[in-house]
Design a protein around this ligand. Structure first.
Ligand code: ARG
Length: 465
């Protein structure tokens, strides 16, 4: 796509020999930063309008500049623009094209700015747009989870600690736990947006500029909340990229946990759920296989996003003020983590509504692991036994059940009474899975009625976004 000829460099004045061909390729960023063309042109439009307002350029000059920029925007959009590696990056490609289209007046656009504040502005605009799309995708996935939670509020599964059956829970409750993780991700993302949305434009190379620029005007034109407050910090700061990568790393950690559960649950050993065929693939050798590729890949992609966070932190570590060429290395990790997060959220938002629960298997699994043992202990406590003693009694009952290969609910009353005479016929109400789940009836508990209340609250919350 890119020409590698030695075009006139925009900074060639003090040089006596052409750039080494390797160095030209090594230092160029156009192959990846051309992704910023819309933001670069938006930034230039705001800057050019400000230059007229401040009396630095004439209205006629800026009108030509604006027309030229829009024609370039159109050509890039239509894939008719010829990018050149010799022109290094998106900024100089566009500026050179402007001058070649409108003549010398194009050379005036760069008055009072530098590529250093220009690139910082472009990335912030880009990140802001992507944040808004990611926020939308999180909301979509959260809504999907609410749908499943509502439908499966009374579906019983074993809840685990240490991946050992602990207590029965509602499948809907489990979905709402995922919802909560995403809710924190959403809040972190919006918090990050506040620090993204400030305008570095006008910081110029590092110290500001001698022209009477109006940074409030350009900030407002570009939808920023305010201009940044220190020019040195403006051109060197990439905290916002690191914050986004941190947000993304935590989100991906969450998605990797969801994925791990889906992979387990779809296995023949668990068989709790089925994923729709369109989200799975087969094996070229084993005809029976239906592999949960989408969750597996999401789990795998977590690694690259975590890697990008470390790349960005290491990129910025020990950099002296202000701009350094190192910063050009911010883009590839940033772009890739954004793309990855969007794809993973999209995949999940499509997949989750199509998950089907194997209710009988989940129920049978919940019955297996003495999941209502705590309920029996609580029953004894309510009849006056101290909790530690009740724990001991139930432990012995469980050991007896294991020996007889029977669940607690399957033991005879007389057998249970061998362990405590406080046990009477009503014990069987608390030993059922339904009774156990329904009894956890407080905010945050797994009782179906509480799950439905949590869904209702969440629906109201996200409708306000
Ligand atoms: N391509 C550069 C980057 O992405 C643009 C800024 C270059 N500034 C400079 N002084 N060389 O960071």
């Amino acid at each position: 796509m890119s020409k590698n000829n030695d075009q006139n460099k925009l900074w060639g004045g003090r040089f006596t020999e052409p750039t080494d061909a390797f160095v030209q390729r090594f230092t160029a960023s156009v192959d990846f930063d051309r992704r910023l063309f819309q933001q670069d042109i938006d930034g230039s439009v705001a800057h050019a309008k400000m230059l007229v307002k401040a009396g630095i350029l004439t209205a006629a000059e800026v009108s030509k500049i604006l027309d030229g920029l829009e024609s370039i925007r159109q050509d890039i959009t239509d894939d008719k623009f010829e990018w050149s590696v010799a022109l290094e990056d998106v900024h100089m490609n566009i500026e050179a094209a402007l001058t070649s289209r409108i003549g010398d007046v194009g050379k005036k656009l760069h008055t009072g700015r530098s590529r250093n504040d220009q690139v910082a502005t472009d990335i912030r605009l880009y990140v802001r747009g992507e944040i808004d799309q990611i926020a939308e995708l999180i909301t979509r996935l959260q809504s999907a989870l609410l749908g499943v939670a509502e439908k499966e509020a009374s579906t019983i599964m074993p809840g685990f600690t240490h991946l050992q059956t602990a207590q029965p829970v509602s499948f809907g409750h489990h979905m709402m736990a995922w919802y909560e993780m995403l809710d924190r991700d959403y809040a972190r993302l919006l918090d990050c947006r506040k620090r993204v949305n400030v305008s570095p434009l006008g910081a110029a190379a590092l110290a500001g500029t001698t022209y009477p620029i109006d940074r409030y005007f350009t900030a407002e034109q570009l939808g920023f909340d305010a201009p940044t407050r220190n020019s040195l910090d403006s051109v060197s700061d990439r905290d916002f990229a690191i914050e986004l990568a941190s947000f993304a790393s935590i989100l991906m950690m969450h998605l990797s946990r969801f994925s791990e559960e889906l992979v387990l649950w779809t296995s023949a050993q668990f068989n709790f759920i089925d994923l729709p065929d369109r989200f799975c693939t087969g094996s070229s050798i084993m005809p029976q296989k239906k592999n949960p590729d989408v969750p597996e890949l999401v789990r795998g992609k977590t690694g690259r996003v975590h890697g990008h966070l470390v790349s960005l932190l290491t990129l910025m570590k020990s950099q002296p003020l202000a701009y350094n060429k190192d910063n050009q290395e911010d883009k590839e990790p940033l772009f890739d983590l954004i793309d990855t997060v969007k794809d993973c959220l999209f995949a999940y938002s499509q997949m989750m509504p199509a998950v089907s629960c194997n209710k009988d298997e989940m129920y049978a699994a919940a019955k297996q692991g003495y999941a209502t043992a705590t309920d029996l202990a609580d029953y004894l406590v309510k009849k006056g036994m101290p909790f530690r003693d009740a724990h001991e009694v139930v432990g012995k009952s469980v050991a007896f059940g294991i020996e007889k290969k029977k669940d607690l609910a399957e033991l005879k009353l007389a057998e249970l009474q061998n362990f405590s005479d406080l046990i009477t016929q009503d014990v069987f109400e608390v030993l059922t899975l339904e009774g156990s789940v329904a009894a956890r009836d407080h905010i945050g508990g797994t009782a179906p009625i509480q799950v439905l209340a949590a869904v209702a609250t969440a629906k109201t919350d996200i409708s306000k976004r």
